[in-house]
Design a protein around this ligand. Structure first.
Ligand code: ATP
Length: 357
Protein backbone atom coordinates (compact mmCIF):
# COMPACT_ATOMS: atom_id res chain seq x y z
CA UNK A 1 0.00 0.00 0.00
CA UNK A 2 1.13 3.52 -0.75
CA UNK A 3 -0.24 6.36 1.33
CA UNK A 4 -1.83 9.14 -0.69
CA UNK A 5 -2.69 12.73 0.09
CA UNK A 6 -6.36 13.68 0.30
CA UNK A 7 -7.26 17.04 -1.24
CA UNK A 8 -10.61 18.84 -1.18
CA UNK A 9 -11.03 21.80 -3.54
CA UNK A 10 -14.02 24.11 -3.07
CA UNK A 11 -16.17 21.19 -1.95
CA UNK A 12 -19.82 21.98 -1.30
CA UNK A 13 -22.71 19.68 -0.43
CA UNK A 14 -26.30 20.80 -0.68
CA UNK A 15 -28.88 18.17 0.23
CA UNK A 16 -32.25 18.42 -1.50
CA UNK A 17 -34.34 20.70 0.67
CA UNK A 18 -31.34 22.47 2.10
CA UNK A 19 -31.00 24.36 -1.20
CA UNK A 20 -34.23 26.29 -0.59
CA UNK A 21 -33.03 27.21 2.89
CA UNK A 22 -29.72 28.35 1.39
CA UNK A 23 -27.89 26.32 4.01
CA UNK A 24 -25.32 23.89 2.71
CA UNK A 25 -24.32 20.87 4.80
CA UNK A 26 -20.75 21.61 3.64
CA UNK A 27 -19.71 24.95 2.12
CA UNK A 28 -16.66 25.60 -0.01
CA UNK A 29 -14.25 23.39 1.92
CA UNK A 30 -10.57 23.54 0.91
CA UNK A 31 -8.26 21.09 2.56
CA UNK A 32 -4.95 19.29 2.02
CA UNK A 33 -4.13 16.20 4.09
CA UNK A 34 -0.59 15.09 3.35
CA UNK A 35 0.18 11.42 2.69
CA UNK A 36 0.71 9.54 5.95
CA UNK A 37 -0.88 12.24 8.11
CA UNK A 38 -3.58 11.70 10.72
CA UNK A 39 -6.20 14.42 10.23
CA UNK A 40 -9.31 14.86 12.35
CA UNK A 41 -12.53 16.63 11.43
CA UNK A 42 -13.79 18.09 14.69
CA UNK A 43 -16.86 20.17 15.45
CA UNK A 44 -20.29 20.25 17.07
CA UNK A 45 -23.18 18.08 15.97
CA UNK A 46 -24.47 18.99 12.51
CA UNK A 47 -21.38 20.97 11.43
CA UNK A 48 -20.77 18.74 8.39
CA UNK A 49 -18.02 16.38 9.55
CA UNK A 50 -19.71 13.14 8.54
CA UNK A 51 -20.93 14.56 5.23
CA UNK A 52 -17.34 15.62 4.42
CA UNK A 53 -16.01 12.17 5.32
CA UNK A 54 -18.74 10.46 3.28
CA UNK A 55 -17.87 12.59 0.24
CA UNK A 56 -14.22 11.50 0.61
CA UNK A 57 -15.39 7.88 0.84
CA UNK A 58 -17.74 8.24 -2.14
CA UNK A 59 -20.92 7.43 -0.20
CA UNK A 60 -22.21 10.93 -0.85
CA UNK A 61 -22.21 12.82 -4.17
CA UNK A 62 -20.30 16.09 -4.29
CA UNK A 63 -22.55 19.02 -5.31
CA UNK A 64 -19.65 21.19 -6.50
CA UNK A 65 -15.87 20.97 -6.13
CA UNK A 66 -13.32 18.16 -6.36
CA UNK A 67 -11.92 15.42 -4.16
CA UNK A 68 -8.47 14.10 -5.07
CA UNK A 69 -6.43 11.17 -3.81
CA UNK A 70 -2.86 12.10 -4.71
CA UNK A 71 -3.09 13.48 -8.27
CA UNK A 72 -6.28 11.63 -9.18
CA UNK A 73 -9.72 13.20 -9.08
CA UNK A 74 -12.04 10.63 -7.51
CA UNK A 75 -15.43 12.42 -7.72
CA UNK A 76 -16.84 9.89 -10.18
CA UNK A 77 -15.18 6.75 -8.79
CA UNK A 78 -17.54 4.50 -6.79
CA UNK A 79 -16.67 3.83 -3.10
CA UNK A 80 -15.50 0.24 -3.63
CA UNK A 81 -12.99 1.36 -6.29
CA UNK A 82 -11.67 4.38 -4.38
CA UNK A 83 -8.65 2.90 -2.57
CA UNK A 84 -10.03 3.84 0.86
CA UNK A 85 -11.89 1.96 3.58
CA UNK A 86 -14.09 3.24 6.35
CA UNK A 87 -14.35 2.12 9.97
CA UNK A 88 -17.83 2.85 11.35
CA UNK A 89 -19.09 3.72 14.81
CA UNK A 90 -21.40 0.70 14.66
CA UNK A 91 -18.53 -1.68 13.66
CA UNK A 92 -20.82 -3.00 10.87
CA UNK A 93 -19.47 -6.57 11.16
CA UNK A 94 -21.36 -9.38 9.41
CA UNK A 95 -23.15 -11.08 12.34
CA UNK A 96 -23.29 -14.51 10.66
CA UNK A 97 -19.56 -14.66 9.87
CA UNK A 98 -16.78 -15.44 12.33
CA UNK A 99 -13.79 -13.14 12.80
CA UNK A 100 -11.67 -14.83 10.14
CA UNK A 101 -14.44 -14.67 7.53
CA UNK A 102 -15.33 -11.10 8.42
CA UNK A 103 -11.73 -10.03 7.85
CA UNK A 104 -11.28 -12.12 4.68
CA UNK A 105 -14.57 -11.00 3.10
CA UNK A 106 -13.32 -8.00 1.12
CA UNK A 107 -10.34 -9.90 -0.29
CA UNK A 108 -12.59 -12.79 -1.38
CA UNK A 109 -14.83 -10.30 -3.21
CA UNK A 110 -11.68 -9.05 -4.94
CA UNK A 111 -11.09 -12.67 -6.04
CA UNK A 112 -7.66 -12.82 -4.44
CA UNK A 113 -5.99 -16.26 -4.30
CA UNK A 114 -6.58 -18.34 -1.15
CA UNK A 115 -2.88 -18.38 -0.26
CA UNK A 116 -2.60 -14.63 -0.60
CA UNK A 117 -5.71 -14.04 1.51
CA UNK A 118 -4.33 -16.30 4.25
CA UNK A 119 -1.03 -14.44 4.30
CA UNK A 120 -2.60 -11.01 4.51
CA UNK A 121 -5.25 -12.00 7.07
CA UNK A 122 -2.68 -13.64 9.33
CA UNK A 123 -0.54 -10.53 9.26
CA UNK A 124 -3.47 -8.32 10.25
CA UNK A 125 -4.62 -10.76 12.97
CA UNK A 126 -1.17 -10.46 14.52
CA UNK A 127 -0.97 -6.67 14.22
CA UNK A 128 -4.39 -6.37 15.86
CA UNK A 129 -3.78 -9.02 18.55
CA UNK A 130 -6.71 -11.08 17.33
CA UNK A 131 -5.07 -14.47 16.81
CA UNK A 132 -7.00 -16.08 19.66
CA UNK A 133 -10.37 -14.93 18.32
CA UNK A 134 -10.36 -16.26 14.75
CA UNK A 135 -13.31 -18.60 15.26
CA UNK A 136 -15.45 -16.27 17.38
CA UNK A 137 -18.72 -14.82 16.15
CA UNK A 138 -19.21 -11.04 16.60
CA UNK A 139 -21.96 -11.58 19.19
CA UNK A 140 -19.46 -13.48 21.36
CA UNK A 141 -17.10 -10.52 21.59
CA UNK A 142 -16.96 -7.29 23.60
CA UNK A 143 -17.44 -3.93 21.91
CA UNK A 144 -13.71 -3.25 22.01
CA UNK A 145 -12.89 -6.62 20.43
CA UNK A 146 -15.50 -6.07 17.74
CA UNK A 147 -14.04 -2.66 16.96
CA UNK A 148 -10.57 -4.26 16.61
CA UNK A 149 -12.06 -6.73 14.12
CA UNK A 150 -13.66 -3.84 12.21
CA UNK A 151 -10.28 -2.11 12.10
CA UNK A 152 -8.57 -5.34 10.99
CA UNK A 153 -11.16 -5.76 8.24
CA UNK A 154 -10.37 -2.25 6.98
CA UNK A 155 -6.58 -2.66 7.26
CA UNK A 156 -6.45 -5.98 5.41
CA UNK A 157 -7.60 -4.17 2.26
CA UNK A 158 -4.36 -2.17 2.45
CA UNK A 159 -6.04 1.08 1.46
CA UNK A 160 -4.11 4.26 0.74
CA UNK A 161 -6.59 6.16 2.87
CA UNK A 162 -8.32 4.99 6.04
CA UNK A 163 -11.50 6.77 7.10
CA UNK A 164 -12.99 6.68 10.60
CA UNK A 165 -16.51 7.79 11.51
CA UNK A 166 -16.56 8.22 15.32
CA UNK A 167 -15.21 4.67 15.75
CA UNK A 168 -14.84 4.80 19.53
CA UNK A 169 -18.15 6.35 20.59
CA UNK A 170 -19.71 3.04 21.63
CA UNK A 171 -16.84 2.01 23.89
CA UNK A 172 -16.44 2.75 27.59
CA UNK A 173 -14.09 5.54 28.65
CA UNK A 174 -11.12 3.32 29.56
CA UNK A 175 -11.28 1.25 26.39
CA UNK A 176 -11.55 4.42 24.32
CA UNK A 177 -8.17 5.51 25.68
CA UNK A 178 -6.59 2.14 24.84
CA UNK A 179 -8.07 2.12 21.32
CA UNK A 180 -6.90 5.70 20.66
CA UNK A 181 -3.31 4.60 21.21
CA UNK A 182 -3.85 1.42 19.22
CA UNK A 183 -5.27 3.19 16.16
CA UNK A 184 -2.55 5.84 16.28
CA UNK A 185 0.21 3.22 16.64
CA UNK A 186 -1.02 1.15 13.70
CA UNK A 187 -1.59 4.20 11.51
CA UNK A 188 1.97 5.39 12.17
CA UNK A 189 3.46 1.94 11.75
CA UNK A 190 1.77 1.43 8.37
CA UNK A 191 2.25 5.05 7.31
CA UNK A 192 -1.36 5.19 6.12
CA UNK A 193 -3.26 8.47 5.59
CA UNK A 194 -6.11 8.72 8.09
CA UNK A 195 -9.16 10.97 8.18
CA UNK A 196 -11.00 10.71 11.47
CA UNK A 197 -14.34 12.22 12.50
CA UNK A 198 -15.13 12.97 16.12
CA UNK A 199 -16.86 15.54 18.29
CA UNK A 200 -14.61 14.52 21.21
CA UNK A 201 -11.91 17.16 21.49
CA UNK A 202 -9.57 15.12 23.69
CA UNK A 203 -9.67 12.32 21.11
CA UNK A 204 -8.80 14.83 18.38
CA UNK A 205 -6.04 16.41 20.48
CA UNK A 206 -4.37 13.14 21.43
CA UNK A 207 -4.44 11.44 18.02
CA UNK A 208 -4.04 14.03 15.29
CA UNK A 209 -1.22 15.60 13.32
CA UNK A 210 -3.76 18.06 12.03
CA UNK A 211 -7.15 19.13 13.36
CA UNK A 212 -9.77 20.65 11.07
CA UNK A 213 -12.33 22.51 13.17
CA UNK A 214 -15.68 22.85 11.38
CA UNK A 215 -18.66 25.05 12.17
CA UNK A 216 -21.91 25.27 10.19
CA UNK A 217 -20.47 23.51 7.15
CA UNK A 218 -17.34 25.64 6.95
CA UNK A 219 -13.76 25.24 8.13
CA UNK A 220 -13.01 27.56 11.07
CA UNK A 221 -9.35 26.63 11.49
CA UNK A 222 -6.81 24.02 10.43
CA UNK A 223 -3.75 23.40 12.56
CA UNK A 224 -1.78 21.15 14.87
CA UNK A 225 -3.40 20.37 18.25
CA UNK A 226 -1.04 22.95 19.82
CA UNK A 227 -2.03 25.64 17.29
CA UNK A 228 -5.70 25.02 17.78
CA UNK A 229 -5.46 25.15 21.58
CA UNK A 230 -2.88 27.87 22.06
CA UNK A 231 -3.57 30.04 19.01
CA UNK A 232 -7.26 29.78 18.18
CA UNK A 233 -8.09 32.15 15.34
CA UNK A 234 -11.74 32.67 16.24
CA UNK A 235 -13.86 32.85 19.37
CA UNK A 236 -15.71 29.74 18.19
CA UNK A 237 -12.51 27.65 18.11
CA UNK A 238 -11.33 29.01 21.47
CA UNK A 239 -14.68 28.18 23.02
CA UNK A 240 -15.13 24.77 21.42
CA UNK A 241 -11.65 23.46 22.27
CA UNK A 242 -11.13 23.39 26.00
CA UNK A 243 -12.36 26.15 28.29
CA UNK A 244 -11.66 29.80 27.55
CA UNK A 245 -12.09 33.09 29.39
CA UNK A 246 -12.88 36.04 27.14
CA UNK A 247 -12.28 39.73 27.83
CA UNK A 248 -13.17 42.38 25.22
CA UNK A 249 -10.89 45.35 24.62
CA UNK A 250 -9.10 47.46 22.04
CA UNK A 251 -5.51 48.05 20.94
CA UNK A 252 -3.92 51.11 22.57
CA UNK A 253 -0.41 50.72 21.24
CA UNK A 254 1.69 48.31 19.18
CA UNK A 255 5.37 47.54 19.76
CA UNK A 256 7.50 45.14 17.75
CA UNK A 257 6.28 42.01 19.52
CA UNK A 258 3.83 43.31 22.12
CA UNK A 259 0.32 44.74 22.18
CA UNK A 260 -0.81 47.29 24.75
CA UNK A 261 -4.51 46.71 25.32
CA UNK A 262 -7.27 48.67 27.00
CA UNK A 263 -9.74 46.39 28.77
CA UNK A 264 -12.38 46.73 31.51
CA UNK A 265 -9.73 45.20 33.80
CA UNK A 266 -7.28 48.01 33.05
CA UNK A 267 -4.31 48.12 30.71
CA UNK A 268 -2.93 44.71 29.77
CA UNK A 269 0.16 43.73 27.78
CA UNK A 270 0.04 40.71 25.50
CA UNK A 271 2.44 39.06 23.07
CA UNK A 272 1.60 39.94 19.47
CA UNK A 273 0.73 37.14 17.04
CA UNK A 274 -0.56 38.37 13.69
CA UNK A 275 -1.31 41.86 12.44
CA UNK A 276 -3.27 44.44 14.42
CA UNK A 277 -4.00 48.16 14.06
CA UNK A 278 -4.26 50.87 16.73
CA UNK A 279 -7.82 51.22 17.97
CA UNK A 280 -8.82 47.77 16.68
CA UNK A 281 -11.42 45.98 18.77
CA UNK A 282 -10.09 42.66 20.02
CA UNK A 283 -10.98 39.70 22.22
CA UNK A 284 -8.49 38.43 24.78
CA UNK A 285 -8.54 34.66 25.19
CA UNK A 286 -7.17 33.19 28.42
CA UNK A 287 -7.05 29.52 29.32
CA UNK A 288 -8.01 28.64 32.92
CA UNK A 289 -4.62 27.06 33.66
CA UNK A 290 -2.66 30.12 32.53
CA UNK A 291 -4.26 32.61 34.93
CA UNK A 292 -2.36 32.93 38.20
CA UNK A 293 -3.94 33.35 41.64
CA UNK A 294 -1.83 35.57 43.92
CA UNK A 295 -2.24 37.16 47.33
CA UNK A 296 -0.65 40.50 46.42
CA UNK A 297 -3.96 42.47 46.54
CA UNK A 298 -3.30 44.26 43.23
CA UNK A 299 -6.88 43.58 42.37
CA UNK A 300 -9.45 42.08 44.68
CA UNK A 301 -11.24 39.07 43.33
CA UNK A 302 -13.66 36.77 45.13
CA UNK A 303 -13.77 32.97 44.87
CA UNK A 304 -17.36 32.04 43.98
CA UNK A 305 -16.83 28.33 43.26
CA UNK A 306 -14.14 25.83 44.24
CA UNK A 307 -14.22 22.24 43.00
CA UNK A 308 -11.72 19.54 43.92
CA UNK A 309 -10.96 17.48 40.79
CA UNK A 310 -8.10 15.33 42.10
CA UNK A 311 -5.11 16.51 40.06
CA UNK A 312 -6.51 20.01 39.82
CA UNK A 313 -8.64 22.50 41.70
CA UNK A 314 -11.14 24.37 39.54
CA UNK A 315 -12.27 27.82 40.58
CA UNK A 316 -14.74 30.41 39.49
CA UNK A 317 -13.40 33.79 40.53
CA UNK A 318 -15.16 37.13 40.14
CA UNK A 319 -13.18 40.25 39.31
CA UNK A 320 -14.90 43.53 38.34
CA UNK A 321 -18.12 41.89 37.13
CA UNK A 322 -16.13 39.31 35.13
CA UNK A 323 -16.32 35.67 36.13
CA UNK A 324 -13.09 33.74 35.39
CA UNK A 325 -12.54 30.00 35.22
CA UNK A 326 -9.17 29.30 36.83
CA UNK A 327 -7.51 25.88 37.14
CA UNK A 328 -4.60 25.27 39.50
CA UNK A 329 -2.77 21.96 39.87
CA UNK A 330 -3.32 20.58 43.33
CA UNK A 331 -0.21 20.21 45.47
CA UNK A 332 -0.75 17.18 47.72
CA UNK A 333 -1.88 18.04 51.21
CA UNK A 334 -2.43 21.76 50.65
CA UNK A 335 -5.85 23.24 51.24
CA UNK A 336 -7.11 25.17 48.20
CA UNK A 337 -9.03 28.44 48.30
CA UNK A 338 -12.59 28.31 49.56
CA UNK A 339 -15.74 30.04 48.36
CA UNK A 340 -15.72 33.62 49.70
CA UNK A 341 -11.90 33.89 49.91
CA UNK A 342 -10.45 37.15 48.60
CA UNK A 343 -7.53 36.68 46.22
CA UNK A 344 -5.85 38.52 43.39
CA UNK A 345 -5.63 37.47 39.73
CA UNK A 346 -2.57 37.87 37.56
CA UNK A 347 -2.66 37.59 33.75
CA UNK A 348 0.92 36.89 32.54
CA UNK A 349 1.46 38.21 29.00
CA UNK A 350 2.20 34.77 27.59
CA UNK A 351 -1.17 33.62 28.97
CA UNK A 352 -3.11 36.04 26.77
CA UNK A 353 -3.96 35.25 23.19
CA UNK A 354 -5.45 38.15 21.25
CA UNK A 355 -7.87 37.70 18.32
CA UNK A 356 -9.78 40.30 16.29
CA UNK A 357 -13.22 40.87 17.87
P1 ATP B 1 -22.95 14.66 14.01
O1 ATP B 1 -21.75 14.86 14.87
O2 ATP B 1 -24.23 14.93 14.74
O3 ATP B 1 -22.94 13.36 13.27
P2 ATP B 1 -21.97 16.07 11.67
O4 ATP B 1 -21.04 17.20 11.95
O5 ATP B 1 -21.36 14.81 11.22
O6 ATP B 1 -22.93 15.85 12.91
P3 ATP B 1 -23.50 15.94 9.24
O7 ATP B 1 -24.10 14.60 9.54
O8 ATP B 1 -22.43 15.99 8.23
O9 ATP B 1 -22.99 16.62 10.57
O10 ATP B 1 -24.68 16.93 8.81
C1 ATP B 1 -24.45 18.24 8.35
C2 ATP B 1 -25.79 18.89 8.00
O11 ATP B 1 -26.37 18.23 6.89
C3 ATP B 1 -26.81 18.79 9.12
O12 ATP B 1 -27.53 20.01 9.14
C4 ATP B 1 -27.71 17.65 8.69
O13 ATP B 1 -29.02 17.83 9.17
C5 ATP B 1 -27.65 17.73 7.18
N1 ATP B 1 -27.82 16.42 6.55
C6 ATP B 1 -27.03 15.34 6.74
N2 ATP B 1 -27.44 14.29 5.98
C7 ATP B 1 -28.54 14.74 5.31
C8 ATP B 1 -29.43 14.14 4.34
N3 ATP B 1 -29.27 12.90 3.93
N4 ATP B 1 -30.45 14.91 3.88
C9 ATP B 1 -30.62 16.20 4.26
N5 ATP B 1 -29.80 16.82 5.14
C10 ATP B 1 -28.78 16.10 5.67
Amino acid sequence: MEAKSVILRNVTKAFPGSIQKQVNAVSDVNLVIEAGQFATLLGPSGCGKTTTLRMIAGFEDITTGDVLFGDSRVNDIPPNKRDCTMVFQSYALFPHLNVLDNISYGLKIKKMSKANIEKKVNKVLTVMNLNDYKERMPAQMSGGQQQRVALARALVMEPSVLLFDEPLSNLDAKLRLVMRDEIRRIQKELGITAVYVTHDQSEAMSMSDQIIVMNKGRIEQIGSPQDIYQRPQTKFVADFIGTANFVEGHVLDIQADRLQLHTPLGEITAIKHGEFTKGQRVTLVMRPESIVITQDKRNVARVTKSVFMGQTQEYEIELDDHSFQVTISNPMGLRGHQVGDLVSLDFPEQAIHVIPA
